[in-house]
Design a protein around this ligand. Structure first.
Ligand code: GLY
Ligand code: MN
Ligand code: MN
Length: 431
């Protein structure tokens, strides 16, 4: 659980970073599944990170330079008739008590009140791009303040994307966030264990999916962190295969990429194993080389190493392995620099993990340099080899014999950067 004091610390850090600026975040809209049926609501992650507030039709403003109010919340007011249909809303009075805002207004007063806060800032921090309607609103308020600037001599003169001030904070997880990630990964591990016991030839991919997602909810998770991938046979060569409708057969590999969301934090795990418990010799070769590349890559996740080092290590391992199997040939450096391995491995080796599965935060320090791992970062390590039936080797590389085709293997774990190196959070599932 994330305590209200932690949300407060996050807001204080943000306000310290923006100094005399004003930051604005809008809640995620309520998405519609079809007609008047709505999806389960999911707050926008930046908004949630700063408030813990999970209602739509809300705006939060941070104005550290305002005399009275630094944390300002706009929410939908209570409306009991509406709430009978769409569920409880906290309303203006209780939102102030529960979320600790300096002041809470009904959302329909946004246009009237916003300029009072915007004018206290020397710049506006806001993420353009997500929401065209709201972008126009912010720009129009800003333009009015620019027009009146000559008479006032103050107000926001620039607009900066809030990602650049907030996402570096989200990149380093607190103890409480790590506890949430432990819970999300623990449930994800149990779901994978259950899937493994359940799988046998003759069962359908969707039956395995049902076992996994059943476990997520049964153990108190919110549900899936992303659509579960249950990919048998040659489906394992499709990176984001989510049809999950094939009958599994003896001799197939099964690739399961599934993770649980728990209190907005996400697990992300992939395991690949034979449906009947026995690898064919070719499957075993590919599996061993991916596993070895993954273990070597995980060793590179430690404070001070750059973000690219574990990817480079994985690529080196995969290329050496593919050369041994005569699936690639030539000088390793040339293969890597010329990206000649890409027909087999076309994605990067991981991503930040947290409130978003592909979490916020930059992978680069600047155009030349990769980010450096810091204690508290959480990253996935997920190399793979995919030998699609339609694979086309790059020019000059060997043709692929048919007996390799249809084999797809990915192994993915979630790794926390610690003082002494790293800790794999997703332990307890065979690999
Ligand atoms: N399951 C999405 C990913 O591994 O990135
Ligand atoms: Mn995954
Ligand atoms: Mn992943």
């Amino acid at each position: 659980m994330i305590l209200s004091t932690e949300y407060q610390q996050r807001r204080q850090k943000l306000m310290k970073t923006i100094g005399k600026g004003v930051a604005i975040f809008r809640s995620a809209p309520q998405s519609v599944m079809h007609n008047d049926v709505e999806y389960v609501y999911r707050q926008e992650s930046d908004f949630y990170y700063l408030t813990g507030f999970n209602e739509s039709e809300a705006v939060v403003v941070f104005a550290p330079n305002h005399k009275e109010h630094q944390f300002i919340l706009f929410v939908e007011p209570k409306d009991l008739t509406k709430e009978i249909w769409t569920g409880y809303r906290i309303g203006v009075e209780d939102a102030k008590i529960v979320y600790g805002a300096d002041i809470v207004y009904p959302i329909n007063e946004l246009d009237e009140k916003l300029p009072e806060y915007l004018v206290t800032g020397d710049r506006i921090y806001y993420q353009l791009g997500r929401d065209l309607y709201f972008n126009e609103k912010i720009i129009s308020h800003w333009q009015k303040l620019i027009a009146s600037y000559p008479k006032r001599g103050s107000g926001p003169v620039a607009l900066e994307d809030s990602n650049f001030v907030l996402h570096p904070l989200r990149l380093v997880k607190s103890e409480a966030e790590i506890a949430m990630l432990r819970k999300a990964t623990e449930i994800s591990v149990k779901a994978h264990q259950r899937a493994r016991e359940f799988v046998q030839p003759g069962r359908y991919e969707y039956e395995v999916q049902a076992e996994i997602e059943h476990t997520f909810r049964l153990l108190g998770g919110d549900g899936m962190a992303y659509p579960s991938i249950v990919a048998s046979g040659e489906n394992s060569c499709i990176l984001h295969y989510i049809d999950n409708n094939r009958r599994m057969e003896a001799g197939d590999l099964l690739l399961i990429d599934a993770g649980c969301c728990y209190g907005y934090y996400n697990g992300d795990i992939t395991r690949t194993f034979p449906v009947n418990g026995e690898f064919t010799p070719q499957q075993k070769d590919i599996y061993q080389l991916v596993l070895s590349a993954q273990l070597q890559a995980i060793e590179q996740v430690k404070p001070g190493n750059t973000y690219n080092q574990f990817h480079d290590k994985a690529v080196e391992g995969l290329v050496e392995g593919l050369k041994e199997l005569k699936l690639l040939e030539g000088d390793s450096k040339e293969i890597i620099e010329g990206k000649k391995y890409e027909p087999f491995y076309m994605h990067r080796t991981g991503h930040w993990l947290g409130l978003d599965v592909h979490d916020a935060g930059s992978y680069k320090k600047d155009s030349e340099n990769w980010a450096t791992f810091q204690v508290g970062n959480v990253v996935t390590v997920e190399p793979g080899i995919y030998i699609s039936p339609y694979i086309k080797p790059v020019e000059g590389q060997p043709e692929i014999p048919d007996y390799w085709k249809g084999i797809g293997v990915r192994i993915e774990d979630d790794v926390l950067v610690t003082e002494s190196g790293n800790e794999v959070l997703t332990i307890g599932i065979e690999k």
